[in-house]
Write a protein that binds this ligand. Structure first.
Ligand code: E4P
Length: 224
């Protein structure tokens, strides 16, 4: 299981790189916009410095023709490094660009996946990751769990190295459902991480345990 954060906020990346078993960072233009008009490549190089070479950095193209997508990918890898996963929307032009870029040895994340059909085509194109959009599928009354389960099955049947990187989560229940249905990786927004960890029930249990310890031994830690 791989855990990624769906943000380009440097403070949040530093924080979760310290506290979570983090495998990487994902971004898209909407996520970038949340930081204001940053120096895009300088900012992404800083993220790379924070997470290091061993963690994955997924960066999305914005070009809309095959040539533009390929050019975006080349600029991203030139400005950051060759290890970046290039996120490409899974439509006809995106699939054509994936063919070109895979033949050059680049790492690819086929994104904006809403259907098993899109995922199967990206799998056949040998994308490294397939990114199904969990919440957006649910908004469209598409059975997100089933899409992920069928793609996981297709990957297994083809003995492919491709992984499912489930994305677009708006609550923790969606994250755990994606994992249960076969996602190999999940990218989670910092708001969802907080809503899963910053839970009054957890704080209340911790406070009760501390109170009982103190009433027995009079110290606030075992080490005291
Ligand atoms: C990954 O980075 C995806 O683009 C992202 O998770 C989409 O999330 P959204 O549906 O909340 O915009």
């Amino acid at each position: 299981m791989e855990i990624l954060v769906d943000t380009v906020n440097l403070d949040q990346i530093r924080r979760y790189n310290e506290t979570l078993p983090l495998n990487g960072v994902t971004s898209n233009p909407t996520i970038v916009k949340k930081e204001g008009k940053i120096d895009f490549f300088e900012h992404l190089r800083e993220i790379r410095k924070v997470i290091g070479k061993n963690k994955a950095l997924h960066v999305q193209v914005v070009g809309s023709t095959v040539d533009e997508i390929v050019a975006d990918a080349h600029r991203i890898t030139t400005e950051i490094d060759q290890d970046v996963y290039i996120k490409i929307p899974t439509d006809e032009k995106g699939l054509a660009a994936i063919k070109v870029l895979k033949s050059e040895g680049l790492h690819i994340t086929a994104t904006a996946i809403y259907t098993v059909f899109q995922g199967e085509l990206a799998l056949a194109a040998n994308a490294d990751y397939l990114a199904p959009y969990y919440n957006r599928m649910q908004n469209m009354n598409i059975a997100a769990d089933q899409v992920i389960a069928e793609l996981a099955q297709a990957i297994k049947a083809s003995k492919s190295q491709t992984k499912i990187l489930a994305a677009s989560f708006h609550n923790v229940e969606q994250v755990t459902a994606a994992i249960k249905n076969g996602a190999h990786a999940v990218t989670i927004g910092t708001d969802v991480i907080q809503s899963g960890l910053n839970v009054p029930l957890i704080s209340a249990a911790v406070a009760d345990f501390k109170k009982d310890w103190e009433s027995l031994y009079g110290s606030t830690t075992i080490a005291d």
